[in-house]
Design a protein around this ligand. Structure first.
Ligand SMILES: C[S@@+](CC[C@H](N)C(=O)[O-])C[C@H]1O[C@@H](n2cnc3c(N)ncnc32)[C@H](O)[C@@H]1O
Length: 240
């Protein structure tokens, strides 16, 4: 078993193999998105440092991307305890693929959570399309969830509205998620000292949320620069 409260700089499929069966209480993750028009959009001129959600991440084809995700989901099933929940972010174009994948791999599909970004990357008039202001999170479980820290009924909608990650919280990671959309679900679906796993840590948002909530975490991230962002963010919590 790997040491807790560390982010390992490695490919998650290799890293996951080093985790024991039935050892994880919650998976909370945000895999790279396969976006068809990613490269054209990010090449638009005059946007300076405007952050977009588009991330091609080197997949040659949709098939290759889906096969990779399915392998990750199968490994998550193996390492999760009976009764553990999983949350996986995705764009609206892939939500039904992910629903099917989790079910094919033994999970129970529970709900799609809709995140409305109040300040999305603006829709470009000339492209004649709406702004990409919604992202989804598929909630699934291995059997019936055994942890459900129910909040007030009005906070239990499958809809959440926040701005994209901004200000002091923001690192240079292109697709950093705000803590505000991660913390509530980690709190609902895990207990203090539980183990939260994120195979795609990016700038470490899941680790930061887990640490703030007194949960343990393990993460994988293949990009060394992003691992450093995450370490810096975790250090900042210690210094407060
Ligand atoms: C959508 S981002 C996650 C962002 C994260 N939620 C945050 O708030 O910073 C996906 C991350 O997965 C990483 N990644 C992609 N393929 C990977 C793999 N096979 N193993 C580990 N990390 C991977 C990318 O480098 C990227 O940082």
């Amino acid at each position: 078993m790997l040491e807790l409260n560390k982010i390992y700089q490695e490919d998650c499929l290799q890293g996951l193999k080093r985790l024991d069966d039935d050892s994880v209480d919650l998976v909370f993750t945000d895999p790279p998105y396969y976006q068809y028009r990613a490269q054209n959009l990010t090449r638009l001129k005059n946007h300076g440092d405007v952050v977009t959600e588009f991330d091609f991440d080197g997949y040659e084809s949709e098939e290759e991307y889906l096969e990779f995700l399915e392998n990750v989901i199968a490994e998550c099933f193996r390492v999760m305890k009976e009764g553990a929940s999983g949350y996986m972010f995705c764009g609206d174009d892939f939500v039904s693929f992910i629903n099917r994948m989790v079910m094919r791999n033994g999970f129970t599909f529970r709900k799609v959570i809709h995140w409305h970004k109040t300040n999305p990357f603006p829709a470009i008039h000339t492209r004649r399309m709406f702004a990409n202001s919604m992202e989804m999170m598929v909630h699934f479980s291995k059997g019936k969830p055994n942890t459900w820290n129910h909040k007030h009924v009005n906070e239990m909608h499958n809809f959440i509205e926040t701005p994209i990650c901004m200000g002091k919280e923001r690192t240079k990671h292109k697709t950093q998620k705000p803590l505000k959309i991660c913390t509530p679900y980690i709190e609902i679906s895990s207990n203090p000292r539980d183990l939260v796993l994120d195979p795609f840590m990016g700038s470490g948002t899941t680790a930061v949320a887990a640490k703030m909530l007194n949960r343990n975490f393990i993460g994988f991230e293949r990009n060394a620069e992003y691992v450093q962002f995450a370490k810096d963010r975790l250090k900042l919590i210690d210094s407060k």
